[in-house]
Design a protein around this ligand. Structure first.
Ligand SMILES: Nc1ncnc2c1ncn2[C@@H]1O[C@H](COP(=O)(O)OP(=O)(O)OP(=O)(O)O)[C@@H](O)[C@H]1O
Length: 308
């Protein structure tokens, strides 16, 4: 567990992070979302001590980070920023191996870890291991950046707008990869984003920030159906709420017995995808791959459902 206790950072007499207390559970992604200048980056950087708090504490596994040598702390905390910052004169493999080398891992173990991570990010090791950063697309470079941050199995991964520079398709792919890798490795992650869509897609929990304070910290479903303040409601965008809710669940959980016409939808597709397909193809029900159907009526009911 990562505990932020009464964290405050003051610049020129103005608190840009203002008495923030937050518990980040292990093994989950917490998305920190808010408008530009709300203090997200400053809050994130106080966790790995790139910014020192004016007052307050950060505890990781019960230990105050203030008492730990910074270079040791940062080896345990991965950090990914927009634009990646890969070392331009080092190969992909050498970039990913940065922290394991610092830690003195045996070369065979480093090589195996590099290949394992490349595979996790769907980059064929034989093709990508020896490439130089300038030979990668933006999306590939971003994935290598995340792989590098994960190489030495950090306790925590901090991500600051990691996909901000990618186009929509690259971003969707990188988000899906990150989600998959997080599920597989169980790494605790804190993700800063100004994109509520990204927060809903990736966050097991979402913390909404405004003017240096956390306005609401909860499961995405709760944030969507029960926004704590008008600001949170405005950030979600009332017109998008139903679609966000549908994007949180898969077709699999909404499948019912029956027959329907036309092409089938994959079981792992989101309910939002199913709705889009119903509207696009003019169907009231879709067959689901592997059996059963999903109906427009069920989708409509789900989009209005308040969480229990
Ligand atoms: N080193 C600094 N000195 C003075 N002011 C700073 C410093 N770093 C950040 N600030 C100010 O603190 C406020 C919060 O900045 P921060 O970068 O944490 O916000 P953010 O929510 O991450 O914004 P963005 O989404 O635009 O990156 C801003 O008003 C910024 O100008």
């Amino acid at each position: 567990m990562i505990e932020l206790r009464h964290l405050t950072r003051v610049y020129a007499g103005v608190p840009v992070v203002d008495d923030v207390s937050l518990n980040v559970p292990e093994g989950e992604i917490t998305a920190l979302v808010g408008t530009s200048g709300s203090g997200k980056t400053t809050l994130l950087r106080m966790i790995n001590r790139l910014v020192e708090p004016t007052t307050g504490q950060v505890l990781i596994g019960g230990q105050d980070v203030a008492g730990q040598p910074v270079h040791l702390l940062r080896r345990r905390i991965g950090y990914v920023i927009q634009g990646v910052g890969l070392f331009p004169h080092h190969s992909v493999a050498r970039n990913i191996a940065t922290v394991p080398r610092l830690l003195g891992w045996p070369p065979a173990q480093i090589g195996a870890r590099v290949d394992e991570l490349l595979q996790l990010f769907q980059l064929d090791p034989a093709t990508f291991r020896n490439r130089m950063p300038h030979q990668l697309s933006g999306g590939q470079a971003q994935r290598v950046g995340v792989a590098r941050a994960l190489a030495a199995r950090p306790d925590l991964l901090l991500l600051d707008e990691p996909f901000g520079a990618l186009d929509a398709i690259g971003r969707a792919r990188a988000q899906a990869d990150l989600r998959g890798v997080q599920r597989q490795l169980g790494t605790t992650m804190i993700l800063v984003t100004h994109d509520i869509n990204e927060a809903v897609q990736l966050g097991d929990r979402i913390a909404v920030m405004d003017h240096g304070r956390i306005l609401q910290h909860d499961r995405p479903e709760r944030i969507l159906t029960d926004p704590a303040t008008p600001f949170v409601q405005a950030l979600i965008g009332p017109g998008e709420r139903a679609f966000h809710l549908l994007s949180l669940s898969a077709v699999l959980g909404m499948t019912q017995p029956g027959q329907a016409q036309g092409p089938a939808i994959p079981r792992e597709a989101s309910l939002r995808d199913a709705l889009a397909e119903c509207l696009w193809s003019g169907r009231d029900a879709l067959p689901v791959e592997g059996g059963g159907i999903v109906t427009l009526a069920a989708l409509r009911a789900h989009a209005r459902q308040a969480p229990e």
